[in-house]
Design a protein around this ligand. Structure first.
Ligand SMILES: Cc1ncc(C[n+]2csc(CCOP(=O)(O)OP(=O)(O)O)c2C)c(N)n1
Length: 320
């Protein structure tokens, strides 16, 4: 069997880069990543125009994670996300209309306009705005799927800031003890809101799941292909071993935490933007094909905005 964990992750990434994925798949990845990016840019504009309710957290810069990780899922698999869930949801479902209407508080939204940006429940996709709160729920579902012998995979996304929540360690403990078939993904973007991780996390992130006996890989993927490859190995481990796995992806959000609360160094942001996985992928594609994909995505989103604007708000009794 492949030694999934012991190999040097960086060397493994280089090796994978040499074997490029088929063009059709790269175009599909690009379509999905561009869709998330452009959707989020429109959402931030709509927020500034006063078209949204509550708060909203964009995923700009981290798209390769959602697309690469979820590209392995089948319809029975289950996704648990967090406050920064739009990218995860679009990679899971491609449901632009439902998500936009939800964020704009319309009754045609995924949850009838009552969940908003952070609280989505659709198919096998669940999110919650309480940091870390959904992690034990993911373990509970993984236990249920294990007992049913369904073979369903469970993935839960957390940020590095959520590692301050004790419930995550209780879940690591139970997931390892009961050999739950689940993938913990830490999207380590080095900030919790505006607090740099180095000011609030002691030790190494990887040491935390490892302390509970969870196989863990941490790396800084450069591309969606890297994430896809890493995720494939993680899922293979979970499937063969029927044990949890933790993938820590060093990443960066190019946008503020929610709308305007950004105190980060502009040189740091620019350095990460220069390594943008979306731009990297764009450069690999044929320019005409890429333009066609982008035009199609822009048209879809423009239509979704118009539809959502025209849709009704939920009736007050439906909200209370
Ligand atoms: C229990 C709880 N405490 C505080 C918050 C407020 N809050 C929302 S997002 C966030 C920071 C999250 O950082 P991280 O987990 O690293 O995810 P990122 O936003 O970087 O994707 C905080 C403190 C919350 N939603 N829930």
């Amino acid at each position: 069997m492949i030694d999934y964990v012991k190999q040097d992750p960086i060397a493994a990434l280089e090796q994978r880069r040499l074997s490029t994925l088929a063009t059709a798949r790269l175009e599909q990845f690009y379509r999905s990543m561009f869709l998330i990016r452009y959707f989020e840019e429109r959402v931030l504009e709509l927020f500034s125009e006063g078209q949204l309710f509550g708060t909203t957290h964009a995923y700009i810069g981290q798209e390769a994670n959602a697309v690469g990780l979820l590209s392995h899922l089948t319809r029975d698999d289950i996704v648990f996300s967090n406050h920064r869930c739009h990218g995860h949801y679009l990679a899971y479902s491609d449901d632009v209309d439902g998500l936009l209407a939800e964020i704009m508080g319309r009754e045609s939204g995924i949850c009838g306009g009552k969940g908003g940006s952070q609280h989505i429940c659709a198919g096998n996709f669940y999110t919650n705005g309480v940091l870390g709160g959904i992690v034990p729920c993911a373990a509970g579902i993984a236990l249920a799927e294990k007992q049913k012998h369904s073979g369903a995979k469970v993935i839960v996304f957390i940020g590095d800031g959520a590692l301050g929540e004790g419930v995550i360690y209780e879940t690591f403990n139970i997931a390892a003890l009961w050999s739950l078939p689940m993938l913990f993904v830490v999207e380590n973007n080095f900030y919790a809101q505006s607090t740099p991780s180095r000011l609030q996390l002691s030790g190494e992130i990887a040491a935390r799941p490892q302390a509970f006996g969870i196989e863990t890989v941490q790396c800084r993927p450069a591309s969606v292909e890297d994430v896809h490859g890493l995720a494939g190995e993680a899922w293979a481990y979970i499937e063969h071993e029927r044990k949890p796995f933790c993938l820590i992806l060093d990443t960066y959000r190019f946008c503020p935490h929610s709308k305007s609360d950004d105190h980060r160094d502009s040189a740091e942001i620019a350095a990460w933007q220069a390594r943008d996985p979306l731009r990297r992928l764009a450069q690999q594609l044929n320019a005409d094909r890429r333009n066609t994909i982008e035009q199609h995505v822009r048209a879809r989103i423009a239509q979704a905005v118009e539809q959502a604007r025209a849709a009704a708000f939920p009736a007050v009794p439906a909200i209370t």
